[in-house]
Write a protein that binds this ligand. Structure first.
Ligand code: ADP
Length: 190
């Protein structure tokens, strides 16, 4: 047991502690923003999306519907990011981004996955946020292999942090210990 329920187990840190890799549930993270691996509808779904909406509650869904109505009537394009309230989650915002479905657009999928990390972090910086927690985008129902996603995601985070000084902590949250292990084996931070 840890003294805090928000951190199940810290596996490793990189870039002088600005990147923290841990095993846990993203809905328990006390951060400025947590990132949702959403789908284009922004209306919720399975996996991490379902968990975030379940804990966040109706305020999150309400804002997602408003964003669909006012900004994205055809849905949020892959790689883009938008922010809503975090409702009952222990964060100030949820940043929703849509990862690529693996194999659907092979030439572009790595760029699109990198866009998710980059655009989410740029939005966080615009909102003056200090800490951002990510799930492992696209590696569940969207089928992105964990080894490939580790390289793409870590490179995008590293490139962003190299040119940004306002985001103090990027937390990469893995549901299962073995998922974190694969990430640590294939990351590009070091
Ligand atoms: P995608 O459709 O982008 O693949 P999924 O939600 O299916 O999204 O899976 C993305 C990742 O989120 C997977 O690695 C899955 O294990 C993980 N995940 C699911 N629930 C949680 C949670 N509550 N906290 C952190 N990670 C989660």
């Amino acid at each position: 047991m840890t003294s805090s329920s928000q951190v199940s187990s810290i596996e490793k840190t990189f870039l002088n502690g600005r990147v923290v890799v841990l095993v846990g549930d993203i809905t328990q993270q006390h951060v400025s923003a947590l990132v949702n691996a959403a789908n284009w509808t922004l209306l919720g779904g399975g996996g991490v999306d379902g968990a975030i909406h379940r804990v966040g509650g109706s305020a999150v869904l309400h804002e997602c519907k408003e964003i669909r109505r006012t900004q994205y009537p055809d849905g949020l394009p892959t790689g883009k990011a938008i922010a809503t309230t975090a409702g009952n989650l222990p964060a100030d915002y949820v940043i929703h981004t849509v990862g690529p479905i693996y194999g659907r657009n092979p030439e572009k999928q790595a760029d699109l996955l990198a866009d998710c990390y980059r655009n989410s972090l740029e939005l966080a910086a615009t909102l003056h946020l200090q800490s951002v927690a990510f799930p492992s985008i696209s590696t569940g129902a969207f089928g992105y292999p964990r080894d490939e996603a580790a390289g793409v995601g870590s490179r995008a985070v590293k490139e962003f942090l190299a040119k940004n000084s306002s985001v103090a902590e990027v937390r990469l949250v893995f549901f299962l210990k073995n998922d974190a292990r694969v990430f640590l084996q294939f990351q590009n931070f070091e």
